[in-house]
Ligand binder design. Structure first.
Ligand code: C2E
Ligand code: MG
Ligand code: MG
Ligand code: MG
Length: 295
């Protein structure tokens, strides 16, 4: 009886694993064609100042895959496979170029874009790719984007896994005047004692903390500690995944400077973002956007 149960369980486990592997291989094969078939696109999520009068600060660049059968696939479902297979290098280069070209176009359309920035995610695998800096320099030259309009996001865990090479790369970014944010902060279990050694400018507080911050005093104090730590180290703070006004107000009272999340805006394709931004508000210092209730 026990043996029969064991065997049944084994088979269930096995077929689930088989299905997962099959799906993985399938995604990989299709992902290889996705760039050539123009199936990848970029969505832009506004990052805003939590001081209401200051408004829009920039956009995070988020990849999407317009799959012929599955529809719009979010980054979380295919970026890990792109990283494992190394496809992320080609995809990341494409995303950087596409976003810079789009931003340069917007800058010509709206001079106020000179005050905004693009924040591009860089995976651990890309950090180890020696051509990343050359690609970056070529892109800046071709698109004439001021370096202050470009930022990179590196996750805390990929920084820990690639400390030496990442530190070197981050130093070269700083020399160029490109700011770097530490993404998903709080999930990588880094030792806080050496955070000050990394040449970074901003900490992005992971969504999982924002999610639970109103559950109790302990949860709230995690964010409070991160903000205090960032202040001590002279780093800016961006809270990820703000979904409610209550979260926004709590983050404001804790002194968190900036944020992004569905409460403000979802990631959007370029045309939708343009429509969103042209809801003009006369009172706002940053034209084309208004997150206050003044209009
Ligand atoms: P991330 O850099 O931490 O990006 C934030 C993720 O949170 C995005 O998921 C975004 O859509 C989602 N998000 C934003 N606001 C909210 C909210 O209020 N509620 C909830 N529930 N989610 C929110 P997405 O687009 O699926 O991206 C997942 C991850 O994939 C990113 O996490 C980033 O690590 C990676 N990624 C995305 N685009 C790229 C890229 O171009 N290159 C690389 N290397 N990685 C990328
Ligand atoms: Mg990010
Ligand atoms: Mg993040
Ligand atoms: Mg994340």
């Amino acid at each position: 009886q026990a043996k029969a149960n064991g065997k049944a369980r084994y088979e269930v486990f096995n077929s689930a694993m088989y299905a997962a592997t099959l799906q993985h291989v399938e995604i990989e094969t299709h992902l290889r064609h996705a760039i050539l078939n123009n199936e990848l696109e970029i969505h832009y999520q506004p990052i805003v100042s939590l001081q209401p009068e200051r408004g829009l600060e920039g956009f995070e660049v988020l990849l999407r895959w317009r799959h012929p059968q599955k529809g719009l696939v979010p980054a979380g479902e295919f970026i890990p496979i792109a990283e494992e297979t190394g496809l992320i290098n080609a995809i990341g280069e494409w995303a950087l170029q596409e976003a810079c070209m789009q931003f340069s176009h917007w800058q010509q359309l709206w001079p106020d874009f000179a005050k905004l920035y693009l924040s591009v995610n860089i995976s651990g695998r890309q950090l180890r790719e020696p051509s990343l800096l050359q690609t970056l320099d070529r892109m800046l030259e071709e698109t004439h984007i001021p370096v202050r309009c470009l930022r990179f996001e590196i996750t805390e865990s990929s920084l820990i896994k690639n400390t030496a090479i990442a530190t070197q790369l981050l130093e070269r970014m700083q020399i160029r005047g490109i700011q770097v944010s530490l993404d998903d902060f709080g999930t990588g279990f880094s030792s806080l004692s050496y955070l000050h050694q990394f040449p970074i400018n901003t900490i992005k507080i992971d969504r999982s903390f924002v999610n639970v911050m109103l559950h109790g005093e302990k949860e709230r104090s995690i964010i409070q500690s991160i903000v205090a730590l960032a202040k001590t180290l002279g780093l800016a703070t961006i809270a990820e995944g703000i979904e409610t006004r209550q979260q926004l107000e709590a983050l404001q009272s804790l002194g968190c400077e900036s944020g992004q999340g569905f409460f403000f805006a979802r990631p959007m394709p370029p045309a939708q973002l343009e429509a969103f931004l042209t809801q003009t508000c006369q009172q706002c210092p940053v034209r084309h956007i208004c997150f206050t209730d003044c209009h």
